[in-house]
Ligand binder design. Structure first.
Ligand code: CP
Length: 321
């Protein structure tokens, strides 16, 4: 695996889910695999779960880990070509990336969408430069448009908690006070469509996700209808993806608090489990009662981030060895 961006990069998904269960039984049995191998984790944006779980996964596999917060302690990086660098950015990404590649065997990158220029974000300009110039396998730790480590952990969690062979999984938009990227819902849709689930996506008009990710998923604009009979409710906010109106890309189009997941919303479901990638804003996305309730599985979902990252790094290390 030269890069981990999309669900197809992992190969056979059923097999990967089996590997996840095996790793859960004994997460340290592959410690020799990463001996004298180094993971470099580059953060352009903040993180709690991704930082800790990916580092733990690398340690499970016996790897050394270096973490670099680009905005704290490194030179400020220019990412555009063709600019005169007479501002506050001291180093260009095109030198920094191959230098980073000199010090590691695998690079993991977090670089969020700027939400200003849809073409720039959806071209995955930053992570593609890492893939092209680092000379190392690259793991997406949430890029402009995808968050595959999260989506893989979400799928592992659904497999563990499902009560029927093909559960109904509802991805629902929920309100938020800040404009957020589409990476989590994009990847969630992509991974659910590759898995054995019945995916329904619900959001207000204008929030249509990019067809490259939702393909032929069922879209239901009536949240109540969408939630009926759901086995899993996956709540997430995202800003306008700019599919129908490119000029609205990255904007907040709706602040309708009736989309907040509360106990009434959950009562429309088939005693659904509640999921969210975290961090979550209580009172906007979900009420205290739901996230603290017996059907909330947000903590085991976060715990599975260590498992998804361990499987991905294992695949990459196997190809290096
Ligand atoms: N879910 C997730 O990626 O969490 P962090 O942003 O804290 O890493």
């Amino acid at each position: 695996m030269k890069s981990f961006i999309n669900v197809s990069d992992l190969g056979d998904l059923k097999q990967a889910l089996q590997e996840a269960q095996e790793i859960k039984k004994d997460r340290y049995k592959l410690t020799p695999l990463g001996r004298n191998r180094t993971l470099l984790m580059i953060f352009f944006n903040n993180s709690l779960r991704t930082r800790l779980s990916t580092q733990k996964a690398a340690m499970n596999l016996g790897m050394n880990v270096i973490v670099l917060d680009v905005n704290q302690g490194a030179w400020k990086l220019e990412t555009e070509r063709g600019v005169i660098m007479d501002g506050d950015k001291s180093e260009h990404l095109l030198e920094a990336i191959p230098v980073m590649g000199c010090y590691c065997d695998i690079i993991a990158v977090r670089s969020f969408a700027g939400l200003k220029d849809r073409d720039y974000d959806y071209a995955e300009t930053v992570v593609n430069q890492f893939i092209r110039y680092s000379g190392r396998p690259v793991v997406a730790m949430e890029t402009a448009t995808v968050h595959p480590l999260q989506a893989f952990a979400d799928l592992i969690t659904i497999e563990e908690y499902k009560r029927v062979e093909r559960p109904k999984v509802v991805l629902t938009w929920a309100p938020h006070c800040r404009a957020l990227p589409q990476a989590v819902p994009n990847s969630f849709a992509q991974w659910m469509l590759a898995a054995n689930v019945d995916l329904v996506v619900t959001h207000p008009e204008g929030y249509e996700l990019d067809p490259a990710f939702v393909e032929n998923a069922t879209i239901e604009y009536d949240q109540h209808k969408a939630l009926e009979g759901a086995d899993f409710v996956y709540a997430k906010n995202w800003s306008c993806p700019g599919v129908t109106r490119p000029e609205d890309y990255g904007k907040i189009l709706c602040d309708d608090r009736s989309w907040t997941i509360d106990e009434e919303h959950m009562s429309w479901t088939n005693e659904a489990r509640f999921m969210h990638c975290l961090p979550v804003r209580r009172g906007l996305i979900v009420t205290d009662e739901v996230i603290e309730g017996p059907n909330s599985i947000v903590i085991p979902e976060a715990a599975n981030r260590e498992i998804s990252a361990t499987v991905v790094l294992k695949h990459m290390l196997r190809e290096l060895n």
